[in-house]
Design a protein. Structure first.
Length: 89
């Protein structure tokens, strides 16, 4: 069954790319262009990818970042990031 009519991409092709390491719709798009034209297939691609095991997905979903800190945490857990604001005029 076709997932992406714009580029003629099938469910089987999406699944093969996922088995090859594509964990997100964006990675599928990089592999075969599916989802890059009208975007109507992106939700179907998300459904095909599901919530399976993916090393990158663990980082994206905030389970843990390298070193055991929560994803998105500053390098030193509990530290405030160095934010610089422009000088007032």
């Amino acid at each position: 069954m076709y997932v992406c009519s714009c580029f003629g991409i099938t469910e089987e092709q999406v699944k093969r790319h996922a088995d090859g390491g594509a964990c997100t719709p964006r990675q599928i798009a990089s592999a075969c262009k599916a989802g890059t034209d009208c975007g109507g297939c992106v939700r179907r691609i998300q459904a095909l990818l599901g919530r399976g095991d993916c090393p990158r997905r663990e980082l994206v979903e905030g389970r843990t970042a390298p070193g055991g800190a929560p994803a998105g945490a500053p390098a030193a857990f509990g530290a405030t990031p160095d934010v610089r604001l422009p000088d007032a005029a």
